[in-house]
Design a protein around this ligand. Structure first.
Ligand code: FE2
Ligand code: FE2
Ligand code: FE2
Length: 416
């Protein structure tokens, strides 16, 4: 299994942008403008690639809608800021590690060159380009014509040259001022569609182990928004992998099940934190909002070439064998074994975990719930039987995987 590095980067940026519909396509915008500035500074292909990647990843540590809205304001640079949290997430995944330093300092002031260093460490110059691109992007409003806003945005930037922004980057930005297409493209739904970027990464691909690392990191972004779900996806991934093995899945297929487990709730990034953390049972209206998450999982994973099977396994986890599931209301013959495994792993993991409105269930109760969901036409009888035949083993697998995730969550929380 190989996937395109650039597809994954875009998927991460687009996923995180679901958290705040008010600032749509922010990661793509910042990536687009950073790249354009880099090009105008005469940077080489590698540096432009780093800028593009860092732009797509820079705010991944800002995990709530309100925190993301605050990003529109300039946040004072501090060790506890979202930039540091974004960097600590990126350090978890080898293929993204090279962006961590750039992202960590993307709010550091230039201060007439002082910003080349921070506490004795040298700061990548790309951080200052990212900073400028980020501040320019948030000054544009979707409610007005893009070109009309250009003079006003530039006059605001002008006051901060040297103090806030690196002069060479601003010079390069000024070269773009009269290129109308840049500002029109910037305000499009997918600004990156307008850049010939695939040659920059030379069709770089990620192998299966790199995919596991990157998607594991992405599961942190999905889960760490609430301490109730902080270890959920890892639990689902571990349970699904074991179920797959018992059904004779190959080594690669088992790894694909882990990836699907990590990403099955990717679309939950569209759900406001208040709902994820609500201390009482959800109302019908709130549940309707929750139901959208599998649709977004489907859409986001559909953009990653090579993830076609994983997309189905992940996004069908709330389909039911009786055809009454969501979002597609698929009939049983359209629900593959991988998706059935994912559904069972998801229910099993969820009912074992504490939720804001109830405690995790003991094993007898778990048996009753899974059986009744088979009887009701929701879950696959064969998969549930395999799990219940090995129930203690599955409880142990779930606990072990979640223990290490809980430690990662502690570590992440300590950065903030
Ligand atoms: Fe940003
Ligand atoms: Fe779900
Ligand atoms: Fe789930």
């Amino acid at each position: 299994m190989f996937v395109d590095y650039y597809d994954i980067l875009r998927c991460i940026g687009n996923s995180v942008d679901l958290i705040s519909p008010e600032v749509t396509a922010h990661h793509q915008q910042v990536a687009y403008l950073s790249y354009q500035i880099g090009q105008n500074m005469g940077l080489d292909k590698q540096a432009c690639g780093r800028l593009l990647a860092a732009g797509l990843l820079h705010d991944i540590g800002a995990l709530s809608g309100s925190e993301r809205l605050r990003l529109i304001e300039e946040e004072p640079f501090s060790a506890g800021s979202h930039a540091f949290r974004s960097a600590s997430l990126l350090e978890e995944a080898m293929p993204l590690k090279e962006q961590a330093e750039i992202v960590r300092y993307h709010h550091l002031l230039w201060e007439n060159g002082e910003g080349r260093m921070y506490q004795g460490r040298s700061v990548p110059f790309e951080s200052h380009i990212l900073h400028l691109a980020d501040r320019v992007c948030v000054k544009f409003s979707r409610n007005f014509n893009a070109i009309e806003q250009v003079p006003g945005v530039f006059s605001k930037i002008e006051n901060d040259i040297g103090y806030r922004f690196m002069p060479e980057a601003v010079e390069a930005l000024k070269c773009l001022k009269r290129k109308d297409h840049v500002w029109l493209e910037l305000m499009e739904q997918d600004p990156l569609d307008y850049l010939p970027v695939e040659h920059i990464f030379s069709y770089r691909t990620l192998n299966v182990d790199e995919i596991l690392q990157v998607t594991h990191m992405l599961s942190y972004i999905i889960d760490f928004r609430s301490h109730f779900t902080a270890t959920h996806s890892a639990g689902v991934a571990a349970v699904a992998e074991r179920l797959g093995k018992l059904f004779g899945f190959s080594e690669t297929e088992s790894k694909m099940l882990i990836v699907a487990g990590y990403l099955h709730d990717l679309g939950k990034l569209s759900i406001p934190n208040e709902l994820l953390e609500k201390p009482t049972a959800l109302s019908d209206d709130e549940f309707r909002i929750i139901r959208g998450h599998t649709f977004y999982t489907y859409r986001l994973l559909g953009a990653v070439r090579g993830f076609e099977t994983i997309q189905k396994w992940a996004a069908y986890h709330h389909e039911r064998l009786d055809g009454n599931g969501y979002p597609f209301r698929l009939n049983a013959d359209k629900i593959p074994l991988g998706s059935r495994i994912m559904s069972v792993a998801d229910v099993f993991t969820s009912i074992s975990e504490d939720r804001p409105y109830r405690k995790g269930m003991p094993s007898e109760k778990i048996r009753d719930v899974l059986r009744s969901m088979v009887d009701a036409g929701a879950l696959c009888n064969i998969v549930v039987n395999v799990l219940l035949d090995n129930l203690n083993q599955f409880i142990a697998i779930c606990r072990t995987s979640q223990k290490s995730e809980a430690e990662a969550y502690e570590k992440f929380s300590a950065v903030s």
